[in-house]
Design a protein around this ligand. Sequence first.
Ligand SMILES: Cc1cc2nc3c(=O)[nH]c(=O)nc-3n(C[C@H](O)[C@H](O)[C@H](O)COP(=O)(O)OP(=O)(O)OC[C@H]3O[C@@H](n4cnc5c(N)ncnc54)[C@H](O)[C@@H]3O)c2cc1C
Length: 361
Amino acid sequence: MEKMNLKGQQLLLNTVINQGLCVQCGACVGHCPYFNFFDGQVMAMDTCRSETGRCIQLCPQVEHEKASSDRPLDIKSDIKSLEKPIGFFKEIFIARASKQSIRNQAQYGGIVSSILAYALNKDLVNFAVLTNRGSGIAPEGVIAESESDIFACAGSRYSSSASLSALNKAIHENKRKIAVVGLPCQMESLSRMKLMDQGKDSIGDRIALAIGLFCTWSIKYRELTQYLIHEGITSKIIKYDIPPPPSQLFMVQTHNGWKELSLDRVRPYIHKGCSFCLDMTAELSDISVGTVEDKKGWNTVIIRSDAGMELMNMAISDSVIETQELPKKNLEHLKKAAGNKRKRGLAALKNKKMNNEYNNS
Ligand SMILES: Cc1cc2nc3c(=O)[nH]c(=O)nc-3n(C[C@H](O)[C@H](O)[C@H](O)COP(=O)(O)OP(=O)(O)OC[C@H]3O[C@@H](n4cnc5c(N)ncnc54)[C@H](O)[C@@H]3O)c2cc1C
């Protein structure tokens, strides 16, 4: 019989993938040649005999307790703290791209795309790991090298893209000055990658910028697609939107216009693994970006590191973006939403631990 390597792939399969807990961040895909991402799902293609088990060390679904350890960055984090539900930060404000043409293509204020394009033009980054639109197949990670590549990825896909697989590809191709845009789970994996590989020419050395997106949850691609077909949505999707509460809507734009669906119909397709996530505002990034309640076309921006601060200050002084103060009411709402996610996550983790202990007793 095959000897099971319970340190590596088999452990990841047993504890995460086969339990339906994978959130498709893509950290293991391409890092290990035996994992692949196809049609919205990470799967093992063959048995791996490696003893190192890097795949499991990178997985954001494993060992959340270690998430608060020191980072090789000037980003501090205590992802379990209920006192600091949006994490440590240097500045928080609202902003949008100065150019209307950028905002038109973007999800909200176009801050992510505009600061990336700016960083590329200023030679601060040479490549950006992003999520493409996917036409018919699931969204997936891509390596953007030009402004047009960046704008082609604008907009939010609410299913996960395993886009860190594109980062693994970029690292294998020896690329440098890489920016990564991702969800909080992906910022967690990215942070682990940096922790594991430090020093000159390390992964940490090659990643110039990490932009994290706020995220409450993401949806399973296959199930979402089936549901949209059931709703008669079969043509190419131009844009998705989840307007802030109390709307309770999941909106889909095709060439026939916008269709409003009930958010409750989509909730059953949320990744099971998202219920254990403690981080709504992507605390382990240089810059975190989300929506602004009650102010259409703007982003909430959280600056967490010196690198993030420097880039933002440059973009502001070159009038690439415009900023305003974050209204106090919005800050309170954001903290409340992030705190609620953290409380739910901590309760789910506690339950899971109790169940595991019960099953092992
Ligand atoms: C799954 C998901 C859940 C989200 N939940 C929330 C939330 O609860 N609250 C909130 O305020 N904001 C949430 N957002 C963030 C929000 O939708 C916008 O991405 C963010 O405000 C940036 O807006 P922008 O106009 O600057 O983006 P743009 O300039 O349009 O850039 C968007 C960037 O997002 C990247 N992207 C798109 N889809 C994905 C994906 N699936 N995974 C990783 N990267 C992706 C693209 O590569 C692109 O670079 C969520 C986003 C996603 C993808």
